[in-house]
Design a protein around this ligand. Sequence first.
Ligand code: SF4
Length: 360
Amino acid sequence: MGETKLDAFFADIKTRREQQLSSNQGKWPRSNPVASDISRCARETALGVLHWEDRPAFGLDMIARFEAGKEQENIAYAKMLRLGIEITEQQRLFELKDKKGRLLLRGKIDGKMNCGGKVGVPFDLKTMHPNLFDRFDTVEDLLMHPFFSKYPKQLMAYEYMNNIDIGFLWIDNMLGAWKFIEVPMQWNLMENILKQLETAVETIEVIKKAATGDVVVDALKEMELLPPYHFDPSYCLKCWAFKRVCTPPFFTGEGMKIINDPEFADKITRRAELDAAATEYDKLDKEIKGTLKEAMKPMDNWIIGDWLITAEEKERRMKAQPAKEAHTSKYLSFDIQPITEEDAIKKSSEDYEANLTKDV
Ligand code: SF4
């Protein structure tokens, strides 16, 4: 394609935008763990402070995403206020110290709301890409995810600091849809978070003390002093510190068995490629069948768009359990088949019209 009349103008905008974004690309010094970044690995928490300058800088796409998120958050706050909901203590800084007065965690709370009978419930407002928004409905969904598990942990830290056992995440999908996820305090998890922070802060102190004056703690010595490696290699592979400032033993083959089976390796690769589609399929399947269960009766046949849906009642025989006798239960099974236009015409239009009046 040849050059168009406006190409130079577009290129100028692109350059200006990139310059503007890159002015915000720097790495931020970190002298203590931060509430929004509580990982699953104490070693990473310590390295995040000791080697903050080794963290990879964000790419311009990511900086642009942060900028859009920030703007969307301001819009969401304004909308919430227009609904008459009051937000207090917005952007208040907090610090969590241990018994020795050492700073374990620093954070900035997005705000608090009075929720029914509960006064001053902390919340955090997050923007999430629309493709991810539908994947998270509960605290457990978030905790399972290597990155998003940080969200409920951050909230629990706010709750701990505010002496309250509940908080919530307010999630905006950048397209105007919101969802709220209640985050009740999980004391076991909070205890582990505190232990992780204490271990990391203790290590940071020891390493910094060892490196006083002109003494530099070499990498080998630091490796010894740092908290143990995370047990899960798949988590390490996603960690910023991996191969930059941390080389877990599995990477050098320790404790690993190498299997030479390219065909099997291809299957695993293909499985990973299908993973996102499978997750979306499961979610939609659950949603569709839930709706059909509410609306259809046994032997109903419906046409929706290009699809023929047949509801059939089936029996499920449950095996005898030690405390229970064998029994059967009934459930509705749905057969969802694509139909051609010809098939659709063949169906009784009367049935179709009648069925459409049902609230699907
Ligand atoms: S690479 Fe693994 S062990 Fe090392 S800091 Fe990251 S998560 Fe922890």
